[in-house]
Design a protein around this ligand. Structure first.
Ligand code: NAP
Ligand code: 8YV
Length: 320
């Protein structure tokens, strides 16, 4: 057990619980945002760890010569320059698994809201329209008989698929490599999957390979009864193509929790009656965000006091 108190940099905002967990054994150095110029040059050589929710650039790493570990809040770690971290021997950690079930719950809620228009039905009741105008209109769409394609059958994709089994729908998927031990139908291309199903659920990471992969061609393949749900990253969807497809009836409806340029949401989406929109809340319960905060802290405490981080990302494995 080391009795040295590591100095941990926290750029910008992070869940308070991360700080509460760390400060017993570590000194916390906060800067307002992830701007290299905000780092005190006298402190910089002493900073050995960092906790971040959001961006952590190569420039920031450059200013921190003793940095050994960056613990990122969230399972997606696209805000951290992992290539630069790997090149410098810095370990990056994320928060996998502890949010799988929460995110899968939200995905099913978003799917049902999109198909059966429950938020609009509740607004109808609250606005007094049930009494004034009568029954809320029947929904043209239903989950019954749908063929669901999951784009990304990883930890969260599997939790979504398990829930969908209970809904009695057909399930297939696309990943780069078939997932061993699952009975769902595999498609080796996204276009092949979209052509075979009428409902596409995207839960892939933000990588160069997933950029705007859900485009006009894929939406066209889904067809007029088609429904798109995205809970991965906004990066994966061509938002102009999606707006066009929803306007001209190429697909029937879409539900999004994530957007290209958050928190900005395209005006076209806000005006669209056949969309269900959420402000990136898939993991946003106190319990799940606390579990994520604990894993951020435990990765740093594991590294400094137990010899190993708990959940290093694939690009910066530990031991190296
Ligand atoms: P994961 O376990 O790593 O699963 C990722 C899946 O995507 C794997 O099945 C992977 O399979 C597939 N994949 C990756 N790149 C692909 C590509 N180019 N083409 C086809 N499939 C690809 O990750 P996870 O824990 O399920 O999380 C997935 C993502 O969800 C996160 O990275 C994050 O961006 C997002 N997320 C969003 C929220 C939210 O609040 N909305 C919450 C949590 C997570 P192959 O490697 O075989 O291709
Ligand atoms: C969080 C997420 O909203 O884990 C992820 O990848 O997108 C969400 O759980 C986000 O990380 C909080 O900053």
């Amino acid at each position: 057990m080391s009795d040295i108190r590591p100095k941990i940099l926290i750029p910008g905002q992070i869940r308070e619980r991360v700080i509460l967990r760390l400060q017993e054994k570590c000194d916390i150095v906060r800067i307002e945002r992830a701007d290299p110029d905000l780092i005190d040059p006298e402190l910089a050589p002493e900073i050995t760890g960092a906790a971040v929710s959001g961006r952590f650039s190569a420039e920031l790493m450059e200013r921190l010569p003793a940095l050994r570990i960056i613990a990122s809040f969230g399972v997606g770690y696209d805000g951290v320059d992992v290539g630069a971290a790997a090149a410098r021997g810095i370990v990056v950690t994320n928060t996998p698994d502890v949010l799988n079930e929460e995110v899968a719950d939200t995905t099913l809620a978003l799917l049902l809201n999109t198909v059966r228009r429950y938020p609009q039905a509740e607004a109808w009741l609250r606005e007094g329209r049930w009494e004034r105008d009568g029954q809320f209109p029947l929904t043209p769409l239903t989950l019954r008989g749908r063929k669901i394609g999951i784009y990304g059958l990883g930890r969260i994709g599997m939790a979504i698929a398990r829930r969908l089994e209970g809904f009695g729908v057909e399930i297939s998927y696309h990943t780069r490599t078939p997932r061993p031990g699952v009975a769902y139908t595999y498609h080796s291309t996204l276009l092949g999957l979209a052509s075979a199903v009428d409902t596409l659920i995207a839960i892939v990471p933000k990588t160069p390979d997933t950029y705007k992969t859900i485009n006009a061609e894929v939406l066209g393949a889904l067809g007029a009864n088609g429904v798109l749900i995205n809970v991965g990253r906004g990066w994966t969807v061509d938002e102009d193509d999606l707006a066009r497809a929803l306007r001209d009836g190429t697909i029937a409806a879409a539900g999004l929790d994530v957007f290209q340029d958050e928190p900005h949401v395209p005006r076209a989406f806000l005006d669209m009656p056949n969309m269900s929109l959420l402000p990136h809340v898939a993991s946003a319960s106190v319990a799940t965000r606390d579990a994520m905060a604990d894993l951020v802290a435990d990765n740093l405490l594991g590294w400094f006091f137990n010899g190993a981080p708990l959940t290093p990302v694939a690009e910066t494995p530990y031991p190296h």
